[in-house]
Ligand binder design. Structure first.
Ligand code: IDP
Length: 138
């Protein structure tokens, strides 16, 4: 099934000049970049993006991290894109991520873990319009 998913290259990875490396891992697997921009979220914007985690103990720290510097936000499209992107990213905790995944190779720890990818069609339906209007998605 053709799907769209929201991917973020997080501040830790942007700071380390990994934008091109990370995008190429998705493109090499045949996924297509449908929209892309570099932004810096405010703390409030990061809190809104991660609102589903508002009761979690790491919510404050996570939203500080996500607003500490620029990020690259993208819409990635492809057959089964949501699951494929998450497989290419690897497990949330890099200590548990498989060899060859983005998080295994580049994440610093469970929080500063280089990338975000929507975890379901419902999440993608909230996350894509959080950053992109319809005319920006090609
Ligand atoms: P996911 O990004 O792999 O879908 P989620 O459980 O949805 O993982 O968590 C969202 C983000 O919150 C993670 O990518 C990571 O940056 C951060 N996070 C998750 N669990 C922890 C934790 O136990 N401590 C600190 N940060 C965490």
């Amino acid at each position: 099934m053709m799907e769209k998913t929201l991917v973020i290259i997080k501040p830790d990875a942007v700071k380390k000049n990994l934008i091109g490396e990370i995008i190429s891992r998705f493109e090499k697997q045949g996924l297509r970049i449908a929209a892309l921009k570099k932004i810096k979220m405010t703390k409030e914007q990061a809190k809104g993006f991660y609102i589903v985690h508002k009761e979690r103990p790491f919510y404050e720290s996570l939203t500080d991290f996500m607003s500490e510097g620029p990020v690259v936000v993208m819409v990635i499209e492809g057959d089964d894109a949501i699951a494929r992107v998450r497989k290419i990213m690897g497990a949330t905790n890099p200590a548990q991520a498989e060899e060859g995944t983005i998080r295994k190779d580049f994440a610093e720890n469970i929080e500063r873990n280089a990338v975000h990818g929507s975890d379901s069609p419902q999440s993608a339906a909230y996350e894509i319009p959080y950053f992109f209007s319809a005319i920006e998605i090609l």
